[in-house]
Design a protein around this ligand. Structure first.
Ligand code: PEP
Length: 258
């Protein structure tokens, strides 16, 4: 079984003291569970350093919500992978639907960032997901395949084995509408097949595929018990230690029963 991975995407929320408080709350709430589950929090860039120090020596990892693909130079407002590594990040969320759909990031943009994050020794969490109209038009698997192939273009099998994929149906993000376990599993199984046909069976067996979209303590267990769902990327429910802990606890319980 792949080790479950639960990551909290705090998006553009909280201030510095609230971020530090949430980080230490999460570190103490999930401390006992990190033996069975990988856990990370992804605060706004400006609070990464404060969160790093609030996490102390806890096993909770640190992730950024974005990175730029160039190493340094005249790129006003951007943050390089080297800078993120320098302040203790291990993960970078890339291609989140809010960046694709609000900020206009293309698969090509995401692809450059995936290359840069891997080259910098960090772990990309590469998000893919369809819009509601695409699902209703029966295009879900075609959209996922296009995002998968575009975002991962030019990577070797060894590169791909290091990354994490997050399937996040856009209609389920921040809406309270969660995909059914069957809807999510269908796409996760398809992503697993894409990993196998595009790379090899070892890569397909190793890569963790998180589900994201209105995950809460009350629906986490049934989603995480699907064979190809290896964790969760959590937005709203990651902003409170109790609800985030409930999701991590569901993952830990499933891991211990397998
Ligand atoms: C997300 O931001 O990646 C997300 C899944 O948000 P939420 O859990 O709030 O739907």
């Amino acid at each position: 079984m792949r080790r479950p991975f639960i990551a909290g995407n705090w998006k553009m929320n909280l201030n510095q003291s609230e971020s530090a408080e949430l980080a230490s709350g999460v570190a103490s709430a999930v401390g006992d569970l990190t033996g069975a589950v990988d856990v990370a929090v992804c605060p706004p860039t400006v609070y990464l350093a404060a969160v790093r120090s609030a996490l102390g020596d806890s096993a909770v990892g640190l992730g950024a919500q974005n990175a730029y693909h160039e190493e340094s130079g005249a790129f006003t407002g951007e943050t390089s992978v080297g800078m993120l590594a320098d302040i203790g990040c291990q993960y970078v969320i890339l291609g989140h639907s809010e960046r694709r759909n609000i900020l206009g990031e293309s698969n090509e943009d995401v692809n450059k960032k995936v290359h840069a994050v891997l080259a910098g020794g960090l772990i990309p969490i590469v998000c893919v997901g369809e819009l509601l109209e695409q699902r209703e038009a029966g295009q879900t698997l075609a959209v996922i395949k296009e995002q998968f192939q575009g975002s991962l273009a030019g990577l070797t099998a060894d590169d791909v084995a290091k990354l994490v994929i997050a399937y996040e149906p856009v209609w389920a993000i921040g809406t309270g509408k969660v995909a059914t376990p069957e809807q999510a599993e269908e796409v996760h199984a398809d992503l697993r097949r894409l990993l196998e046909t595009s790379y090899n069976s070892d890569v397909a067996a190793a890569v963790r595929i998180q589900y994201g979209g209105s995950v809460k303590p009350t629906n986490a267990a049934e989603l995480l018990s699907q064979p190809n769902i290896d964790g969760a990327l959590v937005g709203g429910a990651s902003l409170k230690p109790d609800s985030f802990q409930g999701i991590v606890a569901a993952a830990a319980e499933l891991a211990s029963s397998n």
